[in-house]
Design a protein around this ligand. Structure first.
Ligand code: NAI
Ligand code: SOE
Length: 382
């Protein structure tokens, strides 16, 4: 595995998640940066890391650091990823890659000329059965793809009193449920099927045009846990739910539904792909089961078992038959792909992880969906 040193930016939900996954791979983490020197120092202490950096400049000037993980709110991704690449370090950026496609296009250009490796953390791809589905679709098991449908739904922003930086367009982006969770679904749909979305027709809904913002910071998913705080009303333009009709290149059709106000659904990503010979379906709440749909025999359920998987999926399954692998394992596996590629050293080979070019495509999709909703019509993805 990778012998270099990694630094992490962000100490909220994702910073510690990345740290844990890197440690499980035996990758050395040199230090961590948060919004203030004091927070960086405290995070380094709590997480047992060698350094809490005082600033991004200090982190980038550290000659020990070869790669940087960006786990900060979306509005910071562009400037941070650009600075990391310009400092000659590899970068693994959280999704969505940027706030606009102009920013993400710029990052694609900078990455291409940097000589460094640049990935976006669409980790859902790395559930072993999502990789298995990809292998089965690509080898023709379900025939020609006719339709892809599914959803990504959550309930953590159900009440007007639920608040997080994601609800602000200026921090998270113009589309929220689509950008935050819909892009995971679209990345999966496209990577499993091998088909690009070429046109969209969207209907977005802001259930709470005003939310009550606590007068203090709220970290991701912690709103339900904290004590009640004083609040102030704040106008919201980003969507809580959205439905999007999809046209894929080659003729397949699809539908995506997203919601962050669907009571009882905590973090539920589902997809189904139907073709001329069969169908496949997966439910993120049961990630170790892949449904195999057939017309002329009984349907089957494949339980994750490395001995029953294709070689590629097997290489991303670390535990034996139905010893469950879950969300934290996807981080370990995407980092394994990312650092394995860096270690192998031939960057002209196709990358086995989501690249900045794919992150850019997700930004184009977000913008096409936003435009489609605003203009109430089908929009071609550029
Ligand atoms: P969070 O709000 O829990 O954490 C963000 C962290 O960034 C905080 O520690 C904050 O202090 C820090 N930060 C803010 N400004 C900073 C600055 N100028 N310099 C350094 N640090 C700064 O947010 P969360 O949930 O961890 O999300 C971070 C990113 O990860 C987002 O882009 C989000 O979309 C993505 N994400 C991806 C997930 C996945 O499954 N791939 C899951 C959750 C989030
Ligand atoms: C919040 O909606 C969130 O943490 C997203 O930001 C992640 O990308 C998703 O994996 C889980 O939910």
């Amino acid at each position: 595995m990778f012998n270099g040193t990694v630094a992490i930016i962000g100490t909220g939900f994702m910073g510690p998640t990345h740290t844990e996954a890197l440690r499980r791979l035996g990758i050395h983490i040199g230090g961590i940066l948060d919004a203030t020197p004091e927070r960086s120092r405290r995070a380094a202490e709590t997480m047992g890391l060698p350094k809490g950096y005082a600033s991004l400049e200090e982190l980038l000037a550290d000659p020990e650091v070869h790669a940087v993980h960006i786990a900060t709110p979306n509005m910071l991704h562009y400037s941070m990823a650009k600075a990391v690449l310009e400092a000659g370090k590899h970068v693994l950026c959280e999704k969505p890659l940027a706030m606009t496609s102009a920013e993400s296009a710029d990052l694609v250009r900078i990455a291409a000329s940097s000589g460094c490796v640049a990935g976006v953390n669409y980790n859902m791809r790395f559930y072993p059965l999502n990789i298995e589905a990809r292998e089965r679709v690509r080898r023709g098991d379900i025939g020609d793809v006719y339709t892809i449908h599914g959803s990504y739904i959550q309930d953590w922003l159900l009440y007007e009193t639920d608040y997080n930086w994601r609800v602000l367009a200026s921090v998270g982006g113009n589309v929220r449920a689509i950008g935050d969770i819909g892009t995971h679904w679209m990345d999966l749909a496209q990577s499993i099927s091998g088909l690009e979305i070429e046109a969209v027709c969207a209907d977005l809904q802001t259930v709470h045009p005003v939310r009550l913002r606590p007068q203090g910071e709220v970290q991701t998913f912690t709103g339900k846990l904290g004590a009640p705080q004083a609040t102030e009303p704040i106008a919201i333009t980003t969507e809580d739910t959205g439905s999007v009709l999809l046209r894929f290149k080659g003729g397949a059709r699809g539908v995506l539904h997203v919601s962050q106000v669907n009571a009882g659904r905590k973090n539920n990503l589902r997809w189904e792909i139907a073709g001329s010979k069969g169908a496949l379906a997966w439910d993120g709440e049961h990630p170790n089961e892949l449904w195999l749909g057939a017309r002329e025999r009984a349907n089957e359920v494949l339980l994750k078992d490395p001995s029953l998987l294709s070689p590629t999926a097997r290489s991303y399954a670390a535990y034996p038959g139905n010893h469950a692998e879950g969300y934290p394992d996807t981080f370990k596996m995407i980092f394994k792909a990312f650092y394995g590629y860096i270690e192998a050293g031939d960057f002209s080979l196709p990358a086995p992880f989501p690249t900045f070019a794919e992150g850019h495509r997700e930004m184009l999709l977000c913008e096409a969906i936003f435009k489609s909703h605003n203009e109430q019509r089908w929009v071609h993805v550029e």
